[in-house]
Ligand binder design. Sequence first.
Ligand code: F6R
Length: 611
Amino acid sequence: MCGIVGYLGRRQALPIIIKGLKRLEYRGYDSAGIALLNGSLDIVKKKGKVIDLENEIGSKPMDATLGMGHTRWATHGEPNDKNAHPHASTDGKLAIIHNGIIENYASLKKELEKSGHKFLSDTDTEVLIHLIEEIKIQNNCNIEEAVRLALNEVVGAYAIVVLSQDEERTLIAARKGSPLVIGIGEDEFFVASDATPIIEYTNNVTYLNDREMAIIKDGSLVVKNLENIVKTPFIQKLELDLEDIEKGGYAHFMLKEIFEQPKSIRDAMRGRLVLREHQLILSGIDQYLNRFINAERMLLIGCGTSWHAGLIGEYLFEDLARIPTEVEYASEFRYRNPVIRDKDIVIAISQSGETADTLAAIELAKSKGSLIFGVCNAVGSSIARTADAGAYLHAGPEIGVASTKAFTSQVTILAMMAMYLGLKKGTIPLSKYQELLNALDSVPDKVSKILSKADEILEISKSFYQATNFLYLGRGYNFPVALEGALKLKEISYIHAEGYPAAEMKHGPIALIDEEMPVVFIATKDSSYEKVISNIQEVKARKGKVIAIVTEGDTEIKGMADFTFEIPNIADPLVPLLAVVPLQLLSYHIAILRGCNVDQPRNLAKSVTVE
Ligand code: F6R
């Protein structure tokens, strides 16, 4: 949902900003633009990717040590040059970049038009810079004060950077609802949507809180809230390596992240699963153990892939800890007047920790007294900071727009939580708990084994990459895996795909099946194995093409499916951690064979900070 980067220091700003924008491109790639300030404001912007912006800049001399850049995921106004950021004020002396949505932009625009402001774009952002300009003129104040007053009039979400031609060595940034991190180097400052543009220059950072502004001028940083009260920034060390955000020899980030899963799953367990002592250490739960044990209900909240992880969480919590659990789309939950009780525990699942709907949903639940437990990847993210307690995924940055390693880490954390609570509540016997601990510990090696056969999936992909529809079917723990497999395929290959509980097929989707329809079954040897076999036969009887993910050594399904892929045997609750991996690979290879950009699929952005 748009990436922003700013620099004020002693080096040339342009290369720092361009490199930063490339790192942030996963957040949106409809257009890109920069503004550099060196005597006058120089703005260049272009529809398309950062590379198109670079071509537009060409060899133009752009000498400046202060500047900012933006990569856009369009909300208000189509992706074109004029809607690209930065946007300038009427007199051209002020410029802004923005990630978020100004919800009251229409009424503000009307007022500003009455005062003579003319707008060149269709964006909400341009309204904000005109508002700042108007306030600056009316109050005869400096840019810092004009931004502060303007933000007090704004409804919506924003992370912004503002530059003013009249205040040569000043950079103003502010946030509400959209992420913003400030890097503090030696005589230089960085501002960005996440830490990836900053990491190679400094690892001292501070995260702005909602309704806070950073005023960087005269070589120093001052943080204030919108009430003009000075805050002491909490400076922390970044735990991020440069190689984490590079492709490391893989063709795409998505492929790298799929192959990182043995490590990322292990990292999710590190310090938490102590096998030799048959122990799980989950300090986030221990902090509130009584509330967890006495919880009347768990509410698992997320969007997209994180919601799918939540659905597996529902099965896990009910199966192992016998806690009534509901999983909710954050976007529905927040607006449907849900019943929320103070004995509910809300688990917010989010890779980015910035998803606007999830954040709003947990704020609603928090206001009703629920305990909020965050399962996030991005350290210091808004959701992680809003939660009362939580468990980080420690999966490292996920840059491919399609979520892969975050999903398996989320499921790993949820599985550990359910096992732990099952033990504490006495709903699973010690022997089963220990069996599950051993099984969980075996997951990384089993995922490695699956990955070592990735070529088999490539071969299967060659037979299906021209299909126009896919069905994904699974039962029990494998139903959410079917949903996730379908989502992965549609988002990166643009093939229409649906996931269904296998038994539901006969209530409608079976009508779709003919010889053109590939049906992916997750048909591992679990409690519904026999029933899934019947569903496979129903598809074969209608000439559908069956691709089955089966347990190693399965011969029965091999005899009836067109293609099978074997995964190692594992306890039912942990099957999703293995079964999803071939489906991630299937979508990846199909998308590549279709010539799609897997890391930056059309219309998508990694971090959805708008509703
Ligand atoms: C799918 C995908 C999205 C995200 C969703 C939630 O591959 O990446 O569906 O899962 O936008 O994002 P987070 O987990 O950051 O809240």
